[in-house]
Ligand binder design. Structure first.
Ligand code: FEO
Length: 395
């Protein structure tokens, strides 16, 4: 038996996922500087065998070879689809073509998606509801509905005998490195970035899911991307903080500059915030990785947005970033907007249009012509002090 790149997590529970070291973009949007994994798991009971999630299209053969080390593809009794997105469900048609008996286990909403996306006939689908169980013989699959994390059909699978939770995307991270969390030094950074990109817009649903699993005995959290968490409390407490929108005394500065006038407006507020003891992260959108921005939006209390006017509106890179800020729904409480224009303003009005109604308090907005004068710099420094006081006033 070849055990090439297969992992036994506990007796009868195996990781049969694949590593995609070369993937650099997800959803044609999210940068993956260190690739990702598509984690699939095989659970062997005394009577039945179940696969939990599949892999991204293109990896079917590698996946099948791994499974064949432990069981025949045709001998699997259940395929659990925790989530219908193709990076986890894309190999369902391949599996079904090699197995004529297994039932696809999913939620009611998942059943519709399995039929639409993967042409799974209804007689091959077994719909499960919240807390329903399937007995494999000495191993139980317990299903926990966790909708909108981040699609409507999402659910978790829990195996009580092994105290292992399979939550699909939830608790995931995009990195191809490591099998376990303690093998990846900066794992929590990857996890925060993933949360910012994928889960942050659904913080309320995340809170509900965390509440649902709070009494489960969990020794291992095995998500569908990135390493498996053995240190479960670390990721659970991070998720509790992020889902509750707990922010730090921290400001994220996101800006674009064309002729350095906006840069010259950004610098004094950066310096004032830092000297006031506020943690500052600064991203020039011309060179920034938007995933890093998403990561820092997770726990920043304030944002400083800076951009020049181009052709009557804000610079397109800043419009894009502002749109993302709106869509990702970070827990920002305060904002400052700074803009410089050459021959006609309009950036600040444009920002307002893109952001729309927001709970964020705009502490100040300043639009100037050309580079900032000395008095402009003083104004910006005052704005920085006012923003720092707001940030520090709230714990
Ligand atoms: Fe990893 Fe929502 O798919």
């Amino acid at each position: 038996m070849s055990w090439r790149n297969i992992a036994k997590l506990s007796e009868g529970v195996y990781w049969v996922g694949v590593r995609d070291w070369n993937r650099r973009l997800f959803d044609a949007l999210i940068a993956l500087p260190h690739g990702t994994t598509y984690n699939s798991y095989l659970v062997i009971g005394k009577a039945k065998k179940a696969l939990i999630d599949t892999v991204n299209p293109g990896f079917e053969k590698e996946w099948e070879e791994k499974i064949r080390n432990i069981a025949d593809m045709g001998d699997i009794d259940y395929l659990v689809m925790n989530h219908a997105e193709p990076d986890h469900a894309g190999a369902i048609p391949y599996f079904m073509s090699m197995n004529n008996k297994a039932k696809l286990i999913t939620t009611e909403k998942g059943a519709k998606l399995a039929q639409t996306f993967y042409k799974v006939p209804s007689e091959r689908i077994q719909i499960v509801h919240d807390q329903e169980m399937v007995d494999l013989g000495g191993k139980t699959l317990q299903f926990i509905e966790a909708p909108m994390l981040h699609w409507p059909e999402t659910m978790f699978t829990y195996v009580p005998e092994d105290r292992t939770l399979f939550p699909c995307d939830f608790f995931g991270s995009h990195t191809a490195k490591g099998l376990y969390d303690d093998e990846v030094e900066d794992l929590i950074v990857y996890a925060q970035r993933y949360f910012g990109e994928i889960m942050m817009p659904f913080r309320v649903m995340a809170q509900k899911a965390l509440e649902k699993i709070k009494d489960l005995k969990i020794d291992m959290i095995a998500p569908s991307h990135g390493p498996i968490h053995r240190n479960t409390e670390r990721i659970l407490s991070a998720y509790r903080k992020w889902s509750n929108g707990e922010t730090r005394q921290k400001a994220i500065i996101v800006y674009v500059t064309m002729w350095n006038s906006t840069e010259k407006m950004i610098q004094p507020i950066t310096d004032v915030l830092a000297s006031e003891g506020v943690e500052v992260v600064k991203y020039n959108l011309a060179v920034a990785d938007i995933g890093d921005v998403a990561k820092d939006l997770v726990d920043s209390r304030a944002i400083v947005l800076g951009a020049p006017t181009v052709l009557g509106g804000a610079h397109p890179l800043a419009v894009y970033a502002t749109y993302l800020v709106k869509a990702l729904r970070p827990p920002l409480k305060y904002g400052v907007v700074l803009s410089s224009y050459g021959w006609g303003g309009g950036a600040i009005k444009h920002f307002q249009e893109v952001l729309g109604p927001s709970k964020m308090e705009v502490v100040g907005a300043l639009e100037i012509n050309g580079p900032p004068s000395e008095s402009n710099v003083k104004q910006i420094e005052e704005l920085g002090k006012a923003l720092a006081a707001k940030i520090k006033g709230e714990q």
